[in-house]
Design a protein around this ligand. Structure first.
Ligand code: FAD
Length: 116
């Protein structure tokens, strides 16, 4: 019988969550309706209360107070998410990601077609 997988630690959870958040932003509408904008604001707000790493969630709530989510376009949300992730990267001593490349990373893949 196959061994049960272990519950995710904060690294595995973080990576999976960023995959979801950036991909969601990459496929958000270019021109969201007022209702869609309200739903996205509320999703991110709720998210920052329930993300199951309390330290990470409270940091996210602080950042969202300083820089409220940009929900009026796909590009705006993608850039906002990239900047949020970069703040965590800096705290972790990692390199910052070049936010002009979010679509290549999370939606289109590289121009050489290696991900097609
Ligand atoms: P990850 O940081 O998970 O990144 C995954 C991939 O995303 C990278 O390989 C890269 O291709 C791409 N990427 C990297 N930066 C960006 C960017 N700016 N924009 C777009 N794409 C990018 N960990 C802590 O130790 N302390 C915290 O306070 C903390 N807060 C977090 C808050 C949230 C909301 C989330 C979702 C996670 C948080 N984490 C935190 C976890 C941490 O961010 C990482 O997910 C974890 O350390 C695993 O890192 P990783 O090297 O696998 O790459």
């Amino acid at each position: 019988q196959e061994r049960m997988e272990c519950p995710p630690d904060s690294q595995i959870l973080g990576r999976a969550t960023w995959t979801f958040l950036h991909t969601m932003a990459a496929y958000y509408p270019d021109r969201p309706t007022a209702n869609q904008q309200n739903m996205m604001r509320s999703l991110l707000n709720s998210f920052s209360h329930f993300y199951p790493c309390e330290w990470c969630a409270s940091h996210m709530r602080e950042e969202m107070k300083k820089e409220p989510p940009v929900v009026n376009s796909r590009w705006g949300l993608s850039q906002w998410m990239c900047q949020l992730h970069n703040k965590v990267n800096v705290i972790q001593g990692k390199d910052e990601f070049d936010c002009s490349k979010v679509d290549e990373r999370w939606r289109d893949g590289p121009k050489d077609g290696s991900c097609d």
